[in-house]
Design a protein around this ligand. Structure first.
Ligand code: ZN
Length: 151
């Protein structure tokens, strides 16, 4: 297992994660280096972002399932204008949507931290990489190639 590096794709001065009743367990799993998604025990569908009840059938009975350490790039964009002062020095940076075929194609908004403009192609496989954010929260981000020791 590798420790989070001191550098981060986007500055740690960005607003911190503030877990709520629905997503606190998602963030706790992240801090244990497990990217997990909710699956409904009634209708068996995966959903994300986390919710207290299933958005399909309203069942409150949910379980957490660990995702594989790779995903499919569903969509991305490179940001060239800073919408928040804390990211001004990081321009241009990407925002990516990745999908998990093994988890019902549930999607996650993230970043591919080692991708320059021109490196990304929709449909490519990207690999989980944990980065430490403000207040010690680990964030699930992705790389172009697997990082040794990351699961
Ligand atoms: Zn359901």
């Amino acid at each position: 297992m590798t420790m989070p590096s001191d550098s981060s794709y986007l500055p740690r001065t960005m607003p911190p994660v503030r877990p709520d009743m629905a997503d606190a367990e998602f963030w706790r799993h992240c801090n244990a280096r497990r990217l997990c998604f909710q699956r409904c025990l009634a209708c068996r569908r995966f959903t994300h972002p986390p919710s207290v009840t299933c958005p399909f059938c309203r069942s409150p009975e949910r379980e957490w399932v660990e995702a594989p350490p790779s995903a499919t790039l569903f969509s991305f964009t490179f940001i060239h204008y800073a919408a928040h002062d804390s990211v001004r020095a990081s321009l241009p940076y990407n925002v990516a949507v990745v999908a998990f075929p093994e988890c019902g194609n549930v999607r996650l908004v993230t970043n591919v931290i080692d991708a320059a403009p021109g490196d990304l192609t929709i449909g490519m496989t990207v690999f989980l990489a944990w980065e430490c954010h403000a207040e010690g929260q680990l964030l699930p981000r992705f790389r172009l190639a697997p990082e040794a020791g990351v699961r």
